[in-house]
Design a protein around this ligand. Structure first.
Ligand SMILES: *Cc1c(COP(=O)(O)O)cnc(C)c1O
Length: 361
């Protein structure tokens, strides 16, 4: 059985976890939290990192800190994991969906401008599958219309746009450390920002809205979105290895591309020379997607379809059509992308794909 993804957890994680447990600091106070936040901010080239209990709460905290509320419109891509839109609903806002650009599955920056109204407050960009969005264009639009930018970096730890780390470009960057992400803490999340006021607000909202200065004084309705010291211990050990994880992800993508490049019926996402794609998951596009999926499955190799565009599902149903997102979603297939894959395994996967394609011709 070859899975789509699996965490790579080793001795270092165990050592830190044992240390965290033995210290007695098993909840959300303790040294590992502070160390993990400090190192993660350094990794993202931001002033601050605020840990939390998952990527969804990271996005929710970002919107709370920015003051997004009832009736506010927030622009985001239709092709994403549902939580990107759900958090807008959590704060009473209205998600405004945008199609994918023609060359990548990411939000079409040109379409954003057409959908801005006097209610628009923010744009959430998603660096889908590890590929950064067109951030210069997006930041220009945001500046022109005075909008906040939240980067959903749940799938893009360490990705870069023109040499800048994702998460450091907009007002707030949000990360997930779910088990299948580039690095994991089991469940976990992080917000990064350069803005001290936003940092203070996110820390307030994640900790019951409880004042740091006055015990049991609640100035807002907060949440308990705290990460535990045990999770942070895993996170710190994972972060020490993240460059290696990213290198492996890129290498996996390169092997897939090398093996499949001559197949006319298989397409990949275009490379963008100004961006570092960290290839959280490697995807192909093919009319023969279903046959490929079936054949790989027979050999115990897992694959996954791409996300389903939000406008096709009940909570966000819309009669508008978003042809690019629909096209990517229909033809896209995620191939195994675990850092534990060997080159032989990837070659074997590609051989099966080649067999399907040749036999269909
Ligand atoms: C994984 C993911 C999240 C956050 O997921 P959690 O399970 O809440 O940690 C957010 N956005 C995208 C695009 C994701 O893939």
């Amino acid at each position: 059985m070859i899975p789509i993804a699996e965490p790579e957890i080793g001795e270092k994680e165990l050592e830190y976890v044992i240390d965290a447990v033995k210290s007695g600091w098993v909840s959300s106070l303790g040294d590992y939290i502070k160390k993990f936040e400090k190192k993660f901010a350094e990794f993202c080239q931001t002033n601050y990192a605020i840990s939390c209990n998952n990527g969804t709460s990271a996005l929710h905290l970002a919107l709370l800190a920015l003051g997004i509320g009832e009736g506010d419109e927030v622009i985001l891509p239709t092709l994403t994991f549902a939580t990107t839109a759900n958090v807008v609903k959590y704060v009473g806002g209205k998600p405004i969906l945008i199609d994918s650009e023609q060359e990548t599955w990411n939000i079409d920056a040109v379409e954003i401008e057409k959908r801005i109204t006097n209610k628009t407050k923010a744009i959430i960009v998603v660096h889908l599958y590890g590929l950064p969005c067109d951030m210069d264009l997006i930041m220009d639009i945001a500046k022109k219309y005075n909008l906040y930018v939240v980067e959903d970096c749940a799938e893009a730890h360490g990705a870069e746009y023109k040499g800048k780390k994702v998460g450091s470009i907009g007002d707030i960057g949000c990360f997930s450390f779910f088990g299948n992400k580039i690095m994991t803490t089991g469940e976990g999340g992080m917000c990064v920002t350069n803005n001290e006021k936003l940092k203070d607000k996110m820390e307030l909202f994640k900790n019951h809205g409880m004042s740091k200065e006055r015990t049991y004084w609640h100035s807002v309705i907060g949440y308990n979105y705290r990460m535990t010291n045990i999770q942070a211990a895993i996170g710190l050990a994972q972060l020490e290895k993240i460059d290696l994880f990213i290198e492996k992800k890129i290498n996996i993508a390169n092997i897939y591309k090398r093996e499949l490049k001559d197949l006319k019926n298989i397409q990949f996402m275009k490379e963008k020379s100004d961006r570092k794609n960290v290839y959280w998951m490697f995807n192909i596009f093919s009319e023969a997607k279903d046959k490929i999926r079936e054949s790989l499955n027979q050999d115990g190799i897992s694959t996954r379809p791409l996300f389903i565009p939000l406008h096709l599902m009940p909570p966000y149903k819309s009669r508008e059509s978003f042809p690019m997102a629909e096209k990517f979603s229909l033809a896209g297939l995620t191939l195994p992308s675990s850092t534990k894959l060997t080159e032989e395994q990837i070659v074997k996967i590609c051989d099966i794909i080649k067999r399907v394609i040749y036999s269909a011709q």
